[in-house]
Write a protein that binds this ligand. Sequence first.
Ligand code: NAD
Length: 499
Amino acid sequence: MKEIGHWINGKRVAGTSGRFADVFNPATGEVQAKVALASKAELDAAVAAAAAAQPAWGATNPQRRARVMMEFVRLINRDMDKLAEALSSEHGKTFPDAKGDVQRGLEVIEFCIGAPHLLKGEFTDSAGPGIDMYSMRQPVGVAAGITPFNFPAMIPLWKMGPALSAGNAFILKPSERDPSVPLMLAELLQEAGLPDGLLQVVNGDKESVDAILDNETIGAVGFVGSTPIASYIYSRGCANGKRVQCFGGAKNHMIIMPDADMEQAADALVGAGYGAAGERCMAISVALPVGEETADRLIEALVPRIEKLKVGPYTAGNDVDYGPVVTAAAKANILRLVETGVEQGAKLVVDGRNFKLQGYENGFFVGPHLFDHVTKDMDIYKTEIFGPVLSTVRCKTYEEALGMAMDHEYGNGTAIFTRDGDTARDFAHRVNVGMIGINVPIPVPLAYHTFGGWKKSAFGDLNQHGPDAFRFYTRTKTITSRWPSGIKEGSAFNFKAMD
Ligand code: NAD
């Protein structure tokens, strides 16, 4: 059986804890590898080595660090297919979707090439008599990232890119479900010129996460995953004096107004609800048609589209709309929630419970489900299902639909489909959710904006990527200076690069 270890001080190393987790091929249900789960001692040793490597990197001029990112971009593009293949085989998502996962991470690395600009401080000339005042952004030292299974390339890249280009060393604890791509990215960063020790990829579970939270050297922790774990990591990390940002779960609502282009809205909902088997924190899982007539038209437009969805293994290439979910446990949980929906009185309009794929009977495939007449008190409405299940809640008015999105405990993303500018503008202003789509179902901001939800979808002050990431991974220092005036040395005539 293939064993997957860690990336420490510039090389792959085997785990020493003796503990492992299974890595599945979700399409077949087979265990394809075992990933080592680090002990606290392994994690602490990786942090100590990172701390030793960081001062020289922090002192390297930012333009040189940015050049490493520039080369990293080239290498990721070179290996795009290889990365996507490894990603699909462990996660299960389709090959084009796996490339999208790498691509959305790559865009943040492209943004990091501008780090020298983002790291500039501020300056006040003559803040007092002979006094200048300036601020600088310095790396926090050693930062850490704990990432989820559903974007095994994108989210590690969102974390490691800004942290490293800001001059930090970085400890990545990726998901134990799909650990191969983060290790491949570490190899590429080394090839791009990153000195050894600055990026340590430590595979593991709760033991290594707790070791990160309790390690005194680590100054900042970025987490992405489910809300209960986000909340736990936020409180333990903060209690230990760290800077912490945690991004959690979601239940994203999409309002469909009576004036919406119904064909466009239905296409958008099917892509956003069932793409990646619903395993996206920005997936739309609740449709809110306004008015009975709109709801009837929506269901009529959705059903044939959903019934046509092609579910299969990534090896089928472009012929598949979505693949299996990540584990048998995830599948069982989705099907359990579907049962509660039926028991609690929702109408199951498209029933995927008996979905079977010939030749892949042991794979973790879940057929598409569509519920109508869902109400606020049902488990399928309250819970993040993280599967191919779309719930329709019929609303009488726009205010009622807006209230649904506002009252839900999660506030990651939301969308409205309408032709009316006033309604769209009102929605964008009033809704208490972090990322809003207007006739756009999955409004994931681009790399130079920032990504983050509200309410129980995020804990901490700053968002991911964009300028916020550089604020999160640096500390501000402000200097007030006064010098005796006087003429300095003679002249220099050569024009020299900043080495
Ligand atoms: P998860 O919370 O189970 O795991 C996330 C990370 O936490 C993993 O690295 C895992 O090893 C670690 N972990 C798990 N249990 C732990 C415990 N008890 N103590 C300490 N660490 C623990 O999440 P997941 O299933 O990998 O990912 C899916 C979740 O992530 C969904 O809820 C999804 O909405 C969310 N997500 C959110 C965003 C966002 O930006 N808001 C993005 C992607 C995914």
